[in-house]
Design a binder for this molecule. Structure first.
Ligand SMILES: [Zn+2]
Ligand SMILES: [Zn+2]
Length: 477
């Protein structure tokens, strides 16, 4: 008896968030979404699953121009400098991808502007008279880094993007006592006719997305809020001085950067799966092969990956809900205090990886991952970990055949604490902990290290994914 043929499983898109090029990555960033997403993607590939890891850089938040103005530098130099540092950090940490979103690529810019134009020309995205705000003194449109105020939801100081305190959406329109972050000027109304996404219209689809996906508890509490609160009309583009320039009926406006990111998550997988796709409909058709999307991100971006990005995919015409889930993390501390660029209280990832062993950096930052609480990087603990784990890695070598048996003897002679009979279970638990559902790289490292003390683990999925080593033929158990 044979049942109907099962269709081949679709591609799981894993989103590695695009770092904004207004500073280098520090190891706190690596410890959160960046290493987590890379490890999960490697483990999924080793299991034979179809994954598409999407990475990139983010050039179009106006935080980039603000940073250049603060430094007194040319903005193009700032972009080039931080982009180079971010790419060095990715390379040093062995963070890889299947598709890279490059906002400085003219083809990417044309695609983003073109998809938004198509959505407006088809009437899917309405043009509405909307009241934004501009600075009464310097006349800049007050959005993102250009505005500062107090979050109406939780009282935390915030810019006009999202609140680090509660993860809520913030803007010049809903902040308490907003003012111009550049010159301190007061806001004055700016009435414009712009493309908006009426998110409330997408509520049924969004509820499906929220119910079908696996969300961490911090994300669920924010979704609980959106379940009752009205969803806003979200401005997709408007007149300002930074961002991808629109064309056609939107000439004179620029794409809001979260809109760009949402469209880039449509464009990236579509271009990887069907490189010939040029129109919105062709790109949407490429999504037939996509099983769903899993975001690695900070909790403060919850509005975007649970509301805006899924609504943009729905508006574009992707017919079914694609949210699979998200993995978020808490802040990572450095020697007991928050990482701070302004106080230079940071360990920059590119510099650190120039002199450190990338395998030990990946293993340690995973072992100490700030997932359940704000864990704390200390140099003393990092050194102790390296001195403990490097010899264990060296003992098993990188190949299973022969190495394990010989090394097992060594481990026993040196007083291994894991009985050989328990090693397979530790390796199995490590591999299972690297699935997207219930992802726990801190547990996986502990299991792997236990197995290493028994002289086993070379050639395992966990060792390859956690260290970033490539698996050889016949390995992957
Ligand atoms: Zn101003
Ligand atoms: Zn807040």
């Amino acid at each position: 008896m044979t049942g109907p043929a099962t269709p081949p499983p679709g591609v799981t898109v894993i989103v590695i968030p695009q770092p904004t090029v207004n500073g280098p990555l520090h190891i706190g960033h690596l410890s959160g979404p960046y290493l987590g997403a890379d490890i999960a993607a490697r483990a999924a590939r080793a299991r034979g699953e179809r994954v598409l890891a999407l990475a990139g850089v983010d050039v179009h938040p106006n935080y980039v121009l603000t940073k250049a103005e603060l430094l007194g530098m040319d903005v193009a130099e700032v972009v080039a400098k931080y982009r180079a540092q971010i790419m060095a950090a990715f390379q040093g940490a062995r963070i890889g991808w299947d598709a890279f979103l490059d906002p400085q690529d003219p083809a990417y810019q044309r695609a983003i502007a073109g998809m938004l134009r198509e959505l407006v020309e088809s009437g899917t995205v309405p043009m509405r008279e909307t009241t934004l705000h501009q600075c009464a003194d310097c006349e800049r449109t007050l959005h993102h880094s250009y505005v500062v105020g107090t979050c109406a939801g939780c009282g935390t100081g915030a810019n006009g993007t999202s609140c680090e305190g509660c993860g809520g959406l913030t803007s010049a329109q809903n902040l308490i006592d907003p003012s111009c972050a550049r010159c301190g000027g007061a806001p004055r109304p700016l009435v414009v006719t712009i493309p908006v996404l009426p998110l409330e219209d997408y509520r049924p689809r969004l509820v499906t997305e929220w119910l079908q996906a696996e969300w961490p508890v911090q994300v669920r509490s924010i979704l609980h809020h959106y379940q009752r609160a009205p969803l806003p009309d979200y401005p997709l583009a408007y007149p300002t001085n930074w961002g991808i320039e629109c064309d056609g009926p939107l000439a004179g406006m620029r794409v809001d950067f979260p809109t760009e990111l949402g469209l880039s998550y449509l464009y990236g997988p579509a271009t990887a799966l069907r490189p010939e796709a040029r129109t919105l409909a062709e790109r949407v058709a490429a999504w037939e092969d996509v099983e769903g999307v899993w975001h690695f991100n900070g909790m403060d971006n919850t509005f975007y990956f649970t509301v805006l990005y899924p609504a943009i995919l729905a508006a574009a015409g992707v017919p079914t809900a694609k949210a699979l889930g998200a993995t978020v993390n808490e802040l990572y501390l450095l020697e007991g205090q928050k990482f701070s660029t302004s106080r230079n209280h940071a360990v920059w990832a590119d510099e650190f990886l120039e002199k450190e062993d990338p395998e030990l950096v990946r293993l340690y930052l995973s072992w100490d991952r700030p997932d359940r609480y704000e864990s704390d990087f200390t140099h003393e603990a990092y050194r102790a970990f390296c001195e403990w784990v490097r010899p264990l890695l060296d003992r098993v070598g990188s190949h299973p055949a022969g190495g394990d048996a010989a090394a097992g003897g060594d481990a026993a002679a040196s007083g291994a604490w894991l009985p050989d009979a328990l090693a397979p279970a530790e390796l199995e638990r490590a591999a299972q902990a690297l699935r997207l559902s219930g992802f726990d790289s801190a547990l996986a490292v502990r299991c792997l290290v236990a197995a290493l003390t028994a002289g086993t683990g070379a050639g395992s999925v966990a060792l390859a994914a956690l260290t970033g080593r490539s698996l050889s033929e016949g390995e992957g158990r």
